[in-house]
Design a protein around this ligand. Structure first.
Ligand SMILES: [Zn+2]
Length: 135
C-alpha cells in the first residue's frame, strides 16, 4: 500500500528586524532571499530603501567630522534617527527618502544625522512632498 506523504511547504522567519507582518512566517514560495536570509517581499523592499537613504546621506549630505570616533558614531546615530522617524513617529519612508534626495539636490551638508529628526512635523518639507506626489 502506498502512503501519501504531504509535505508541508517550508516556512521562514522574516529577517527584517522591523517586519511589516509582525513576525508572521513566510512560505518558501513567497520568500525573497537577500544574502543568506529570507524576507517578505515588502520587508526586503523597505530594508533596501533604508539602505538607499543611508547611502545617500553618507555620499551626499554628510560633512565629515574631524574626529574619527565622532564620524564612526554617525552610522549608529543615523540608524537610530531613521528608525525613530519611520517606526516611532510613523513617517512614510517615501517621504523620508524624498527629503534626503531633496537636500542632496541642493547640495546641503549636515554635521550630524540628528538634524533629520526635524523631518517629523516639518510642514515645509511635507508640502514639497505632497506637491511632488500630486504631479
Ligand atoms: Zn517581514
Amino acid at each position: 500500500m502506498r502512503e501519501r506523504i504531504i509535505m508541508a511547504e517550508k516556512q521562514y522567519v522574516c529577517g527584517y528586524t522591523h517586519c511589516l507582518h509582525y513576525g508572521q512566517k513566510i512560505l518558501q514560495s513567497e520568500a525573497v532571499a537577500v544574502g543568506s536570509r529570507k524576507y517578505h517581499w515588502d520587508c526586503a523592499a523597505q530594508k533596501q530603501q533604508m539602505e538607499r537613504i543611508k547611502d545617500t546621506y553618507f555620499s551626499e549630505l554628510n560633512e565629515v567630522a574631524p574626529n574619527k570616533d565622532e564620524e564612526n558614531n554617525k552610522f549608529k546615530i543615523l540608524g537610530k534617527v531613521l528608525n525613530d522617524l519611520i517606526y516611532k513617529n510613523d513617517l512614510n519612508i517615501d517621504y523620508v527618502e524624498f527629503c534626503v534626495n531633496y537636500y542632496a539636490s541642493y547640495k546641503k551638508k549636515f554635521k550630524s544625522p540628528l538634524i533629520l529628526r526635524y523631518l517629523n512635523g516639518n510642514k515645509v518639507m511635507e508640502r514639497k512632498w505632497n506637491n511632488c506626489k500630486g504631479r
